[in-house]
Design a protein around this ligand. Structure first.
Ligand code: 8YV
Length: 313
């Protein structure tokens, strides 16, 4: 019989990252199953789950896999993993830190520049043949501005380093103290937003940061302030953000992440002072390749009885 260890793909992953696993593992494509409850009846020997990290590994799915030994995530954020369930069974979880840091930080700066310099509107203006018939409103300067980093982890630090190259002043809020940083620490997201011209959110998702950028913090940005989010939509009070953008309480937003992706609030599409992207922070060929490799290396280490490369816990 087939002695390959059984693994389950919980959410869609790149084909090029699944193909190299086919000779070694028996793969259950739960992500492609139409009748998911029926499909799980055939997964009782599954020993590893591969998933995105921001969705997929909930308590019900973990409970349906009695032989599960490890969850490997294709991404750094693991807010989609139910850690109560994994801890209760001693199931380790791995992610893909570091390899995506530079790309996500690049996109944070790109979104700030894009919304402040009105790049999408200017592009549409040229394409529509309107250059000869009118001028665009003046934009807002990015270099030298005050950048508030909300969440000073790996991606926050990399974003701050890039912003320094633009001559920006850096302040930050972090839930735990970050001794030794050459940047001003603020006590709350609201005081950070009151100081900053642009708040860039690089926090982890999950219960501990839910709507931490609340209505008061959003309003504290003021009518010339901008919000950029490259972390998780859950970190922002999205209803308050939409209202602030509609009424000019803040100047604009550059957003890569939303609540209920990909079925986001349709009101975003009506806003003119926003630049919207479909969760592409890590989406370069180079980085996605490195993420896939790191995910497979963690999987291989587990089945070889070796220490995991990047365990979350
Ligand atoms: C996704 C991400 O994992 O790393 C993260 O936390 O959100 C992304 O890299 C990627 O989009 C795959 O779903």
């Amino acid at each position: 019989g087939d002695t390959r260890p059984e693994i389950l793909i919980a959410t869609p992953l790149p084909a090029r990252d699944i193909a190299p696993l086919e000779s070694q593992f028996l793969i259950h494509r739960y992500d492609q199953a139409s009748d998911k409850p029926a499909f799980l009846a055939g997964c009782r020997k599954v020993r590893a789950m591969l998933t995105s990290g921001h969705t997929g590994a909930d308590a019900a799915l973990i409970a349906a896999l009695p032989a599960l030994e490890i969850i490997t995530c294709f991404g750094v954020g693991v807010d989609g993993v139910d850690f109560e369930a994994t801890r209760a069974r001693g199931i380790p979880v791995t992610n893909t830190p570091d390899v995506l840091t530079g790309d996500v930080a690049d996109l944070a700066i790109a979104l700030a520049l894009s919304v402040m310099r009105d790049i999408p509107k200017a592009d549409a203006h040229v394409r529509a043949g309107k250059w000869t018939s009118g001028t665009l409103p003046l934009a807002r300067r990015f270099f030298g501005s005050k950048i508030g980093i909300l969440g000073m982890g790996r991606i926050g630090l990399a974003t701050a380093e890039r912003a320094r190259g633009f001559g920006c002043e850096i302040g930050y809020f972090n839930r735990s103290a970050k001794p030794g940083l050459p940047y001003e620490a603020f006590e709350t997201p609201q005081t950070l937003a009151a100081w900053a011209d642009v708040v860039i959110i690089t926090l982890a998702g999950g219960a501990g940061t839910r709507a931490i950028m609340d209505a008061a913090a959003i309003e504290a940005l003021g009518p010339t302030g901008y919000l950029v989010n490259v972390s998780r939509g859950s970190t922002v009070d999205e209803a308050a953000l939409i209202e602030a953008l509609q009424t000019g309480k803040i100047a604009g937003a550059g957003l890569d992440v939303f609540l209920n992706e990909p079925n986001i609030d349709p009101r975003f599409a009506e806003l003119h002072n926003t630049v919207l992207m479909p969760h592409l922070g890590s989406a370069t060929d180079e980085t996605r390749r490195a993420m896939g490799q790191l995910m497979r290396d963690n999987l291989a280490a587990h089945f070889a009885g070796q220490p995991l490369l990047t365990p979350v816990e």
